[in-house]
Design a protein around this ligand. Sequence first.
Ligand SMILES: C[S@@+](CC[C@H](N)C(=O)[O-])C[C@H]1O[C@@H](n2cnc3c(N)ncnc32)[C@H](O)[C@@H]1O
Length: 277
Amino acid sequence: VTPVNEDARPATGPTADPASSEVNEEQPNVARVYDYLLGGSHNFAADRAMAEQVLAVVPNTRRIAQANRAFLRRAVAFLATNGVTQFLDLGSGIPTVGNVHEIAQDAHPGARVLYVDIEPVAVTHSATMLADNPDADVIRADLRDPDTVLDAVRRGGLLDLSAPIALLAVSVLHFVPDADLPQRLLARYRDALAPGSYLTLSHLTPVGLSADEASEGTAIYERSSSALTLRPVEEIAAMFDGYTLVEPGLAPVEHWRPDEPVSGPSLPVYAGVGLLR
Ligand SMILES: C[S@@+](CC[C@H](N)C(=O)[O-])C[C@H]1O[C@@H](n2cnc3c(N)ncnc32)[C@H](O)[C@@H]1O
């Protein structure tokens, strides 16, 4: 395993970690492709090659990744200012600028954050970042196994499931195929949460993509660690079953409570925040 993007943060490359033997650097990995799209350094040649293929098919992919990450930051700030002090972040990714615990703990010192990701590079770098933070932790788990994730939450003692929690599933459920029943998985998490909890979700959709962009883009992802399932907006809306969407409802990601006026065609990611009553 060798560090990459030698020009940036080489000392924090994915070397010398206990999970490194499980890192397959030959197969593009969606966490590391996203890291590359965001300008990060925790990616390998295969990840960068795949990202460039995607960019050739969908030229605004970088903008999509940045807009998604900006949504995550705005949503966490919204949740924190609405009194949420606990965050369970499924598919949290490789640390980048403006991580969930930084935004949450800025608003509420002592806010607690548990990151969950399946990808060893994401988990290792999150663990390094959090080494001195008693109020944030990371576990490696597959969100498609809610029992394991929720058991880890209960046993870990960082989050209290009897009090409101913000469940984050941002830009991750399009990596869960229909066969794994994403809506049923979300129901399992929802049923473990206390009233006053929130679901924050963003998801890729074919809306805003040409038919060629959608089919060629998903074909590229077939060769990665996780295939991509673009879902219609109605299916994304159904993922909020049991929650009441806060304003502005489910919206193109850059239109969700933007900091500045937004113009131009909408991006193919829909996002929302729902409150569990
Ligand atoms: C596009 S990144 C999103 C990161 C972050 N949530 C964000 O929106 O900026 C998707 C992340 O989901 C993770 N992931 C994909 N499938 C997963 C699964 N079944 N369980 C846990 N994490 C998963 C990937 O490893 C990757 O880090």
